[in-house]
Design a protein around this ligand. Structure first.
Ligand SMILES: *Cc1c(COP(=O)(O)O)cnc(C)c1O
Length: 421
């Protein structure tokens, strides 16, 4: 039976609008569709395919584990999960790891843990009902339950994470929403100083806003958030689902900023294409997730952890991380050259291999059209909002693939600019 793009509309919930072709095979930074057409991949599955498609070492890890053990549930532990946690602890500030299956789930765990930690450490002596609870004098009652997040942020699509995210269009129609969540302008130190208080249990921030337009945080902003969290005994959560896993040239972006969070969420590139998420934290904070407090059927799945272990070995190597900076330079100089020729961008920004190109006023709102124009030339890239082109390729993309992709981008721009003007 043939499977076509048209079938998608007949059998799938219409929440996505996928491209007109169906990819069937990938290797490195190239993809092939059903018709055998080949594409250079600057999209990386939205910052997921961190070591490219079908990396031999990762395929080997998957095959090896798939012959041994797929699943045991968390009534037992397993070797790949412990090994992956050991590696994450060894390479980061973290002392404890919780595994999930996605970025949203890693953030959901982080936010729940922050609420629980506040309840454990800052309980009310109250005899009244707390906002989230139906019983009087409940043990979970704390006034310290406010979560501070930032405009334009993205933290996932569960009801909690989407409410914490700073894009109202994603919560419209889904109420009633979780409570005590407050949004401030990103990179605005004064707003943070004016709002963070003893009521705050957590501040959650992306060190580089990905979906929101590829906007890096200012170092002073993250430093000040750290100080304010310390002052008011709030937990600082870094959502590194997109900025982590080597994407900025550091294993996690917090290392580059020199600002250490209390909780960090990771996913996307961590599994290199296999669904896995992780929440990293300290021993003291982790203690608030006692037995039974939280869980996931698949979190810590042996297959996922074996794959992520192989991916982590590659992305944590100095060669890979140094290579990110070299590739960043290649991308940025090529993009600037295209811009000199076509005048299409007003800014090229980002960090490492998370690069955003804000469209010039004449092309504003046309991001999707430009993605389509690139597809026709055999190039895959992304948008981050209607007016920012986003590149999040494999950390291992070869200079030759970068050159070829840029040649295709150039051809696409020639047609796109003519069609626009
Ligand atoms: C993609 C993303 C998420 C959500 O991850 P899912 O795996 O889609 O649930 C959360 N936070 C950030 C910063 C992301 O980029």
């Amino acid at each position: 039976m043939s499977t076509t793009r048209a079938d998608f509309d007949k059998v799938m919930v219409p929440n996505y609008a996928p491209a007109g072709f169906i990819p069937v095979r990938g290797h490195g930074s190239r993809l092939w569709d059903q018709e055998g057409r080949e594409y250079v991949d600057f999209a990386g599955g939205i910052a997921v395919s961190a070591v490219g498609h079908t990396h031999p070492a990762v395929v080997a890890a998957l095959k090896e584990q798939s012959d041994k053990l797929w699943h045991v549930a968390n009534v037992m532990t397993n070797e790949p999960a412990i090994r992956l946690a050991q590696k994450l602890v060894e390479h980061t500030f973290a002392e404890r790891v919780f595994f999930a299956n996605s970025g949203a789930e890693a953030n959901e765990a982080a936010l729940k843990l922050a609420r629980k930690y506040a309840t454990d450490h800052f309980p009310n002596n109250n005899t009244q009902k707390c906002a989230g609870c139906s019983v009087n004098g409940c043990l979970c009652a704390t006034d310290k339950n406010e979560i501070i997040a930032f405009d334009n942020s993205f933290h996932g699509r569960t009801l909690f994470t989407v409410t914490v995210g700073g894009q109202p269009k994603y919560t419209q129609g889904f109420g009633p929403l979780p409570q005590a969540i407050c949004h401030l302008p990103y990179n605005d130190i004064a707003a943070a100083e004016a709002t963070i208080s003893d009521k705050t249990c957590a501040v959650i921030v992306e060190p580089v806003q990905g979906e929101g337009g590829v906007t890096p945080a200012k170092r002073a902003f993250l430093q000040r958030l750290r100080e304010l969290c310390d002052q008011y005994h709030a937990l600082l959560i870094f959502d590194e689902v997109q900025s982590g896993a080597g994407r900025t040239g550091a294993l996690f972006a917090y290392m580059k900023y020199g600002v250490t969070p209390d909780i960090l969420s990771s996913a996307k590139g961590l599994g290199g294409g296999f669904p896995v998420g992780a929440m990293l934290t300290t021993e003291k904070i982790a203690a608030s997730f006692g037995v039974g407090a939280h869980g996931s059927t698949y979190g810590g799945n042996p297959l996922a952890c074996a794959v992520a272990g192989a991916v982590l070995d590659i992305i944590s190597s100095p060669t890979t991380l140094q290579g990110v900076e070299e590739r960043h330079q290649l991308f940025v100089s090529a993009l600037n050259q295209l811009n000199d020729k076509h005048g299409i961008f007003k800014e090229v920004r980002g960090d490492g291999l998370l690069i955003g190109c804000a469209l010039a006023p004449a092309f504003e709102g046309r991001g999707k059209d430009l993605v389509k124009a690139c597809e026709l030339e055999g190039l895959l890239l992304l948008i981050a909002g209607p007016s920012v082109m986003r590149l999040a390729p494999s950390l291992l993309i070869t200079p030759a693939d970068i050159t070829e992709g840029m040649a295709r981008f150039d051809r696409a721009l020639v047609k796109f600019v003519v069609a626009t003007i």
